[in-house]
Design a protein around this ligand. Structure first.
Ligand code: GDP
Ligand code: GDP
Length: 435
């Protein structure tokens, strides 16, 4: 399972700068989707060949009493769920009372914490280090997030000390892996129970896995599937047991490990920002996607129309995904999800031939030439081949490809998606340049 690293510290110490440095950001693509509220707090990075999830827990200052706000609560929970904490302080500011408060909290948690003294530029590292020893965290790693100084040796130490990824769970999953995700109370547990309770479904109880989410294997019409259950339905011993706390880390890990994500939203409440944050995470992960607008039962016609307008307005950028209006409670529309799940999975994993991709590319270029690069030279796109699946990655070779503007990338993605008849999966176009 991919390790989770949390960035913690007072505002302004350089967390988001560090975050950007440590994650590979697809902002150029994602930022252009209108209506998508970007939550910049979660990202993915790689050190050598090891992937990690990075969380910027911007919500704590250690100073104010607002720690009980929902925001801070999520941040504290994220710290709790992280494998490693990078506690950032500012060399410019020296030790502050806020730093002490955060240090105290972290020490009490018994987490693996690294103290990162940022903004070391122009300062004497030894002087800075000696001040921050006071926090009782241990070794001080001096960094300049803006220029990357000290970041490599910090990450080297982190990964040296981080245990290698665990073995796969005892029972490896079979069939399409479907993550059921959504914010609290949208009906995830009800949907999981409904999917497992359908006719012709045989559920295999799994021995306990090491993962946070529960993996449930089952067969439907003799075809194997695995639900990644973030709501913890099966873990509960009886129905009255309280619902698990919503965990963003668990949700992100489920998305990461799934083939297809069913994003559940609550139609009775419409589309809220947190839905869009989750949607952003699914897109970032490149996962195949099916949207389920749940609690469609008992809604006034006018409200249904309102929700449809909202979908049109805010979810236009995921026009590649099927949207289902369902009632998990009554079972309406639940069986139909499978058609979209299959379609999305097949689209995400189809083999794509070089000759066909190249043909599509050449037609697309003929239809719309890429623009002239700023240096007056024409961008040339020559051929394309497949570079991965789930999501499908299409690698385009040519010249000056670093200069291809974002709008043209989106044009190519759309053209490929249409020509390949892909439904339910995002597509990624990447470039290799000859000069
Ligand atoms: P956050 O509030 O902790 O996320 O802090 P930001 O990443 O937004 O950084 C706050 C300010 O400090 C920004 O103006 C950054 O450009 C600046 N900053 C971040 N890292 C460094 C650094 O290493 N050196 C210097 N001089 N400035 C930095
Ligand atoms: P979770 O937190 O996402 O797992 O949500 P639950 O499955 O626990 O559902 C939260 C509440 O919504 C419960 O009271 C459910 O009975 C209710 N609920 C779930 N699905 C539906 C639905 O399709 N229609 C209606 N009206 N209520 C639902």
């Amino acid at each position: 399972m991919i390790p989770v690293i949390a960035l913690v510290g007072r505002p302004n110490v350089g967390k988001s700068t560090m975050f950007n440095r440590l994650t590979r950001s697809r902002d150029a693509i994602v930022a252009n989707y209108e209506g998508l509220t970007r939550d910049r707090k979660y990202g993915e990075g790689k050190f050598d060949d090891r992937r990690y999830m990075l969380i910027d827990t911007g919500g704590i200052t250690g100073e104010e009493a607002g720690i009980d706000s929902a925001m801070a609560e999520q941040s504290l929970q994220a710290i709790d769920e992280a494998d490693v904490v990078l506690f950032m302080v500012s060399s410019r500011d020296g030790v502050t009372s806020g730093d002490f408060a955060i240090a105290k909290h972290l020490r009490a948690q018994g987490k693996k914490v690294y103290l990162v003294a940022n903004k070391i530029d122009g300062m004497d590292p030894d002087m800075v280090a000696s001040q921050f020893y006071e926090l009782g965290i241990g070794e001080v790693f001096a960094t300049t997030a803006t220029h990357g100084r000290g970041v490599k040796s910090l990450m080297e130490t982190v990964f040296e000390e981080l245990p290698e990824a665990e073995e796969e769970p005892i029972a490896t999953s079979t069939g399409i892996k479907i993550a059921i995700v959504g914010r609290p109370n949208v009906g995830k547990s009800t949907l999981v129970n409904r999917m497992l309770g359908e006719d012709r479904v045989v559920v295999y109880d799994l021995p306990g896995t090491t993962r946070d989410s529960v993996y449930i294997q089952y067969e439907r019409f003799d075809k194997p599937y695995t639900i990644i259950d973030t709501a913890g339905v099966r873990r509960r011993k009886n129905v009255s047991e309280t619902v698990e706390k919503f965990s963003i880390v668990k949700t992100l890990q489920a998305i990461d490990d799934a083939n297809v994500v069913i994003l559940v939203m609550d139609a009775s409440e419409g589309i809220v920002d947190q839905d869009l944050h989750l949607l952003g995470s699914v897109i970032d992960a490149g996962r195949a996607l099916v949207v389920a607008l749940n609690k469609w039962d008992g809604l006034e016609d006018s409200h249904k129309q309102y929700v449809k307008n909202e979908l049109e307005r805010r979810l236009r950028f995921i026009d590649f995904a099927n949207i289902h209006f369902i009632s998990a409670l009554h079972g309406t529309g639940v069986g139909n999800l499978y058609k979209s799940i299959e379609q999305a999975y097949n689209s995400a994993t189809d083999k794509l031939s070089t000759s066909f991709l190249t043909q599509v590319l050449q037609d697309a270029v003929k239809e719309h030439q890429p623009p002239m690069a700023a240096n007056g030279r024409r961008i040339k796109l020559r051929y394309a081949h497949a570079g991965g699946s789930n999501p499908p990655v299409i690698i385009i070779h040519g010249n000056q490809t670093a200069k291809v503007p974002a709008h043209y990338v989106r044009y190519l993605e759309k053209t490929f998606r249409t020509a390949l008849k892909l439904r339910g999966t995002p597509v990624r176009v990447e470039f290799k340049t000859g000069d």
